[in-house]
Write a protein that binds this ligand. Structure first.
Ligand SMILES: Nc1nc2c(ncn2[C@@H]2O[C@H](COP(=O)(O)OP(=O)(O)O)[C@@H](O)[C@H]2O)c(=O)[nH]1
Ligand SMILES: [Mg+2]
Length: 568
């Protein structure tokens, strides 16, 4: 016994170390569900070899165990005690006790040394017990004896349980077809066995290991006067299997193999989850990229649309030019020579006849443009908020892992940050910027000091000095006798100069307000791009971390395969 243990203790130690590594990967990623599974595997490795009898109520689980032991140790039939999980083990004296909520029966039966036999209530008893069996005992079982009754076909709930054991907890399952005494002939028995095997194979996907038995005949044979009943019971094969085939070495090997299989299952699940997360990262990153380039597109579109405002400003000023030229044409005439020396009067008249209307219109146009700037800023922000709400929904990955939780929180945080910034969009500031840029353009083109004048007053005053400038040279000339001769040229010159100035003003004013508008939009865009930074960083570090983790888990997986192969 010592020798056998030594032979495998290295493998078991190796398995434990690997489980620790796997555990730290799982913990680092906080996969809570996997953590529980891993603990079950660890516990299984520590525990004694367990043979667990599972099956629906009254299929004969307790009777089979009694027949194995040759004694009615467990209650059979419908009695209040049959709804308990009972663990049979070797003990020097017969003893029954409750330990950690489990009911143990120790019996002085040396064949039980080194393992547990677990009797469970029918899986169809109550939901809670079903769950207790599946969750608590199947993971701890090293081998499951799945008992079905010969009196009826495999039921839906049996099929479900078989699948659960097989898929979630790759276990060795031996099927026991009990109560074969109820059939009358050997032919009928053959048919029954064949039928059960193919039924199970359909669910189980591989040909099952099935032993036909009769617990009733076995016990009668062991106890009574007709030993031939025992040989008809098929029980010898089961006893041979449990007490001989499943010997010391086989049990250790099975335990190592079973736990490796569970660990492999877990590795595969972990890798799958990691791959899912990595896929999610790629998808999110792709979406972030799309969103970023979409943002440029949106900005372009908004700018394009903002042209309507600058175009309107341009046509206002073109009208202003036309009216201004008419004004000059009318003004610089011989009959006006006396008026021409009175700058103030000309300025007033120009203001009244020409500037006033244009300034009012310009003020309105700029106002509309400011409102548009405000709306556009909101639209841009909304597109980002929408993106965080819909395109990379935080809700789409609620699997309870650390990655999902962090991702969810981060998206929520950047989104609410942007929502706050959206509220902070200040029309007064946007307006101030655009109006300032307009005032600046007027001042620089017309070479005047507008100081702290409001836009309207500033433009009026600039226009006044413009008209005085272009007509001003005349004031000294006009009083000369030659005025008559030179006036037509001066008029043409003044109209030309006026026209050139206004054209320059148009260019300067439209470019400066539209570039101010663009700067304002860029400000919003920057805020949005800033909000993407923490997400991008998160994805970058997570991608590295998860890829590394996946590599480690794959490495652990291949080692478990090696261990499994050593005992298979
Ligand atoms: N005919 C027949 N009846 C059996 C056999 N094994 C058990 N039974 C009966 O089936 C009923 C349920 O048995 P039990 O061992 O309590 O089933 P459990 O609920 O699966 O533990 C009892 O009345 C047993 O006497 C068998 O091999 N043949
Ligand atoms: Mg029972």
């Amino acid at each position: 016994m010592q020798i056998i243990e030594e032979k495998y203790s290295k493998l078991i130690l190796e398995e434990k170390a690997l489980l620790e590594s796997l555990s730290s990967e799982i913990k680092a990623l906080s996969y809570e569900e996997f953590d529980n599974k891993l603990n079950a595997v660890k516990e299984n490795l520590e525990n004694l070899f367990s043979i667990v009898f599972i099956g629906e109520f009254s299929t004969g689980k307790s009777s089979i165990i009694n027949a194995l032991l040759g004694e009615k140790i467990l209650p059979e039939g419908i009695t209040p005690t049959t709804d308990k999980i009972t663990i049979l083990r070797y003990g020097q004296a017969r003893e029954e006790q409750l330990e950690n909520g489990n009911y143990f029966i120790s019996i002085p039966e040396s064949r039980l040394k080194g393992f547990f036999i677990v009797d469970t209530p029918g899986t169809n008893v109550t939901i809670e017990q079903h769950e207790q069996i599946t969750q608590e005992f199947i993971p701890k079982a090293d081998i499951v004896f799945f008992v079905i009754g010969a009196e009826r076909a495999v039921t839906g709930s049996e099929a479900k349980l078989i699948r659960f054991i097989k898929e979630d907890w790759v276990k060795n399952i031996v099927f026991l077809l009990n109560k074969i005494d109820i059939v009358d002939s050997d032919d009928e028995l053959k048919n029954l066995i064949h039928y059960s095997e193919s039924e199970i194979e359909r669910i189980f996907k591989v040909k099952p290991f099935l032993i036909p038995i009769s617990a009733k005949l076995a016990l009668q044979g062991k106890k009574g006067a007709y030993p031939e009943l025992y040989s008809r019971s098929g029980m010898a094969r089961l006893e041979e299997y449990i007490f001989k085939t499943l010997g010391e070495e086989e049990r250790i090997k099975l335990k190592i193999k079973g736990s490796s299989e569970l660990a492999l299952n877990l590795c595969a699940e972990t890798e799958k989850a990691l791959s899912n997360h990595l896929d999610k990262i790629s998808l999110d990153t792709e979406r972030l990229r799309e969103f970023e380039s979409g943002l440029d597109g949106m900005k372009g579109e908004i700018l394009e649309n903002s042209r309507q405002f600058t175009e309107r400003i341009r046509s206002r000023l073109l009208e202003f030019k036309t009216r201004g030229i008419e004004f000059i044409d009318d003004l610089i005439r011989f009959e006006n020579v006396f008026k021409l020396v009175r700058k103030e009067k000309i300025a007033k008249e120009f203001e009244y006849k020409v500037s006033h209307q244009t300034v009012k219109e310009l003020e309105k146009d700029l106002e509309a443009m400011v409102a548009w700037a405000e709306r556009s800023s909101r639209t841009l922000m909304d597109s980002a908020i929408d993106f965080y709400r819909k395109s990379i929904q935080p809700e789409s990955l609620k699997d309870g892992t650390g990655f999902s939780f962090n991702r969810m929180q981060l998206i929520d945080t950047v989104r609410s940050e942007l929502e706050m910034r959206r509220k902070q969009i200040d029309p007064a500031m946007l307006g101030g910027n655009i109006v300032d840029s307009a005032r600046g353009a007027v001042a620089s083109v017309l070479g005047v000091q507008v100081g702290s004048l409001a836009l309207g007053a500033a433009v009026i005053s600039a226009f006044s000095s413009l008209i005085v400038d272009v007509t001003g040279i005349l004031t000294t000339i006009a009083i000369m006798a030659t005025a008559f001769a030179i006036l037509p040229k001066k008029r043409r010159d003044a109209m030309k100069e006026f026209s050139i100035k206004v054209d320059t003003l148009i260019e300067e004013l439209t470019t400066s307000v539209s570039s101010q508008f663009e700067r304002d939009l860029d400000g919003v865009k920057m805020q949005i791009l800033d909000s993407l930074v923490p997400l991008k960083n998160f994805y970058k570090t997570q991608q590295k971390k998860l890829t590394e983790s996946k590599r480690k888990v794959e490495e652990i997986e291949s080692k478990f395969v090696e261990i499994k192969n050593k005992v298979s």
